[in-house]
Design a binder for this molecule. Structure first.
Ligand SMILES: Nc1ncnc2c1ncn2[C@@H]1O[C@H](COP(=O)(O)OP(=O)(O)OP(=O)(O)O)[C@@H](O)[C@H]1O
Length: 220
């Protein structure tokens, strides 16, 4: 097993990663490097293991074996800062139906130690991002009362509200209209320009978003 000092890669580096689900090995001894200032497209058929891999990279699912490093430190090392640097947008969106849009977004922002704004300034920023996304004025609406596309937009607002260095996005373009797909592509490109790392899945070609690396997950 590699020691911290052996690791030469900045960004996220997964070494000899083996991941399985339902007793099926989906990934065996895989190497994956997501460098700073890059956008990586993760592709594969339904059930191939894209979500499983992303959940593993987000620290939500244990790997069978292997190691993951963030800027040369194990992701679980207290000084790696990985979980503060990460935004993982799951396919399920991970929002509370019984909270309003503003409450959901304020909850996630409050979990960030580096999120410098709280209270009224945070709520003003939430309003401005929702406006940008075409759902301005819905701050107090319960999450459950929104359409699928509107719910998706709320989850995307997290990318603007929370400071991060890596985005792991599971099907981020699903349910989005053309305007919002372009908005998300522009935000991802701007994030990359600032040194950010992006990993995303999509079953459709997103022509607005130039990618630096394409990684496939395949059935055996
Ligand atoms: N909670 C779970 N418990 C057990 N097995 C699971 C679970 N979730 C997924 N699997 C299995 O793991 C495999 C990979 O599923 P995963 O959701 O990672 O695929 P995917 O590539 O993201 O698929 P899709 O493109 O359909 O979203 C599948 O065989 C699936 O049946």
């Amino acid at each position: 097993m590699s020691q911290t000092s052996d690791i030469q890669f900045n960004g996220l580096y997964a070494h000899e990663l083996t991941v399985s689900r339902s007793e099926q090995v989906l990934l065996e001894d895989a190497e994956l490097h997501l460098a700073p200032s890059t956008i990586t497209y993760l592709h594969g058929e339904n059930g191939a293991g894209k979500t499983t891999l992303m959940r593993c990279l987000a620290g939500l699912l244990p790997a069978d074996h292997g190691s993951m490093y963030w800027n040369k430190r194990p992701i679980t090392h207290p000084e790696s800062g990985y979980f503060q640097d990460l935004i993982f947008l799951a396919h399920s969106l991970s929002m509370k139906n019984e909270l309003s849009i503003a409450e959901n977004l304020a909850f996630y922002a409050s979990l960030r130690m580096r999120c410098s704004i709280t209270g009224k300034p945070l709520h003003q920023k939430i309003s401005s991002v929702l406006e940008e996304l075409g759902i301005g004025g819905l701050e107090d609406r319960m999450f459950a009362e929104l359409s699928a596309g509107q719910q998706h937009k709320v989850a995307l607002a997290r990318l603007i509200l929370e400071p991060a260095k890596i985005w792991i996005l599971d099907e981020p373009f699903v349910n989005l209209d053309h305007k919002t797909r372009s908005w998300l592509s522009e935000k991802a490109m701007a994030f990359k320009q600032q040194g950010g790392t992006v990993l995303f899945t999509s079953h459709h070609h997103i022509e607005e978003l130039p990618i630096d690396q394409s990684v496939g997950v395949e059935h055996e």
